[in-house]
Write a protein that binds this ligand. Structure first.
Ligand code: SF4
Ligand code: SF4
Ligand code: SF4
Ligand code: FES
Length: 588
């Protein structure tokens, strides 16, 4: 990489040619306020003007997030002209903004408030007309409130980059410009898969998850038997809500906090991840041995299931019929655990803590209920759990560790834990499929070929003389490549894992925000490294477990012996399997 010599605030530096002023300044230890710029400028269109600086060779002030450094450039951040210009940019944004910060769910994590504070912007400098507002609350997953939108375009880029979908775009013109699905439709009437990736990059409260905290409060108030389960990815990120370093594994503290919050039982969804593996591996081997539809594709990511139902209706028979793990667990809790413990299923209220906004939609699907009772009653994101803990005055970082409840259900293997990252379901399933086919345990359970963040990973295994070819994709852009191969008859795989969010659940749309401006103790490269850090936390929990394969989980063995019979039995199908429906892209 060639270098150029520049001066920032009169101090000479040698920096990489081609960098923007913002990147170069950061590398040299300066913080220029910024708002629309995000991750290597992928979302920056230079629209907010919050990052203005003076630079020689340029005419007037320049947006440092898009303007490149050049040999001999002298950059001034602190001049009265530059500081006043940045302040005015923020004041202009605030002039067309619904400033009800007190009631705003984003308060505390709002980047607009953050730059207002550091630039000294006043919220009443410019008064005038406001752009007409759209408030979209039609889906159970995401709220869109254009009165909080600063038109930064981060969400537009994220949806395109993650999925190639382009659900969001700039609509209307001039003062009436808004960011929305085509024709300002609701997300509910668009091909949005409700993954929440756009929510995770939005700097303001314009895109938020639908909060279900009040629903959980109401269940406690009504005297319900309220139990909770937590997905694997939650423990690898919840600590970030309490300023712990990214990648902190907080399983024990999380369980302690949930017990303090009053949940009657605190279960680990990983138990049901083991159950999913038993069902899914059996289904796969049945399809391979009996000429079933191949490749079989995993079905535990509701964002992916939404994408398949909307875009690839003809491929739905390829999806495993297994419910996702938390839905399986809900069904087992209400139909097995409740009976064993003398609880009426209708009195039980199952809360799932998930890294995902699409799970909120999933739990309302009519197919995911038994005898008219929903498997899961409420879904809270990792961020919402953070709010619940803070609201209750619990000092999370000071909590000592507690264990999950696991009297007759809840025990889990290392295979269940790694479900939370891309490749994890595949690795867990292969550990059990290999045993089922060969009758022998794998010598090495770590299947490193399916680990890591490459868009599409593939491998082939020889199991009892049978070649099993597999592929793993995350983010719909990558999934599309594999799906089009199936459509045109060129797919060579037996089994495919697809996760909706890039990186899998560890980077789901309901996980704590990774906003560098709020993470002063993390490295400048945190947006590139956070997924790996969270995934490593899960792999370390897998390594620490004595049992690392689902079929050896003693409670899963007992569940089949005492209740379900065997994997894919009639009873298992009744409780643990589901169906899918082809859907239109636009419903109105
Ligand atoms: S988005 Fe930020 S500035 Fe706007 S109301 Fe919410 S907290 Fe306040
Ligand atoms: S929820 Fe996902 S699919 Fe929908 S607009 Fe946001 S990023 Fe795109
Ligand atoms: S919705 Fe959020 S991310 Fe999208 S343009 Fe508006 S402020 Fe930016
Ligand atoms: S951060 Fe540079 S223009 Fe928005």
């Amino acid at each position: 990489m060639s270098k150029v010599n520049i001066k920032i605030e009169g101090i000479p530096f040698e920096v990489e040619a081609g960098q923007t002023i913002l990147e170069a300044a950061k590398a040299c230890g300066f913080e220029i306020p910024s708002l629309c710029a995000f991750n290597h400028g992928e979302c920056s269109k230079g629209s907010c003007r919050v990052c203005l600086v003076e630079a020689t060779g340029a005419r007037g002030l320049v947006a440092s997030c898009v303007y490149p450094v050049s040999e001999g450039m002298e950059i001034t951040i602190s001049s009265p002209k530059a500081t006043a210009a940045r302040r005015s940019s923020v004041e202009l944004l605030l002039s067309n903004h619904n400033k009800n910060c007190q009631q705003c769910e984003k308060n505390g994590k709002c980047e607009l408030l953050h730059v207002a504070k550091i630039t000294g912007a006043r919220d009443d400098m410019y008064q005038g007309a406001q752009t007409p507002t759209t408030l979209d609350r039609l889906t159970p997953s995401i709220v869109r409130d254009t009165s909080k939108c600063i038109l930064c375009g981060r969400c537009v880029e994220r949806c395109k980059n993650a999925h190639g979908l382009g659900i969001l775009g700039f609509e209307k013109r001039g003062f009436n410009t808004i960011v929305s699905p085509a024709e300002n439709r609701s997300f509910a009437n668009s091909p949005c898969i409700l993954c929440g990736q756009c929510v995770s990059v939005c700097p303001t409260g314009a895109l938020m998850e639908v909060s279900e905290i009040e629903k959980v409060d109401a269940a406690f108030k009504a005297g319900k038997y309220v139990v909770v389960q937590t997905a694997p990815a939650v423990r690898a990120a919840l600590g970030e809500e309490f300023d712990m370093p990214i990648g902190s594994l907080v399983t024990g503290k999380m369980v302690s906090a949930l017990k303090r919050l009053g949940f009657k039982k605190v279960f680990d969804t990983n138990f049901a991840a083991d159950l999913t593996i038993m069902e899914e591996a059996t289904e796969l081997l049945d399809r391979i041995n009996n000429g079933g539809v191949l490749p079989m594709i995993t079905s535990c990511s509701p964002g992916w299931v939404n994408y398949a139902e909307i875009n690839y209706g003809e491929l739905l028979p390829h999806l495993s019929s297994c419910k996702s793990p938390h839905e399986m667990f809900g069904a087992i809790l209400k139909n097995y655990y409740a009976e064993k413990n003398g609880i009426k299923p209708e009195d039980m209220f199952v809360v799932s803590i998930m890294p995902c906004t699409a799970k909120k939609y999933e739990k309302d699907r009519p197919e995911l209920s038994v005898n008219g009772l929903k498997d899961v009653d409420a879904v809270l994101t990792t961020r919402e759990l953070g709010k619940l803990i803070k609201r209750s005055g619990i000092n999370f970082t000071k909590l000592s560790d507690s264990e999950f409840d696991n009297d007759i259900v809840g025990e889990y293997s290392g295979a269940g834990v790694i479900f939370g990252t891309t490749g994890g379901v595949m690795e867990a399933a292969l550990r059990t499929a290999a045993y089922t086919l060969t009758g022998k345990e794998l010598e090495k359970v770590e299947l490193t070929e399916v680990r890591g963040f490459e868009g599409i990973k593939e491998a082939s295994y020889n199991l009892a003389g049978k070649e099993v070819r597999i592929a793993v994709a995350h983010g719909m852009k990558n999934a599309k490549v594999l799906l089009d191969q199936i459509k045109d008859g060129t797919s060579k795989y037996h089994f495919i894992e697809i996760m909706g969010c890039p990186g899998g659940c560890i980077a789901g749309g309901g996980q704590p925000y990774v906003k560098p401006c709020f993470l002063p103790n993390e490295g400048a490269d945190i947006l590139d490294t956070y997924k790996q850090k969270r995934a490593s936390a899960l792999y370390s929990e897998d390594e620490s477990k004595q049992i690392r394969v689902s079929h050896k989980n003693p409670q899963i063995i007992d569940l089949y012996k005492n209740f379900l019979g065997k994997p894919n039995s009639h009873k298992a199908h009744e409780l643990l399997h589901t169906t899918y429906v082809k859907r239109e892209k636009f419903t109105k």
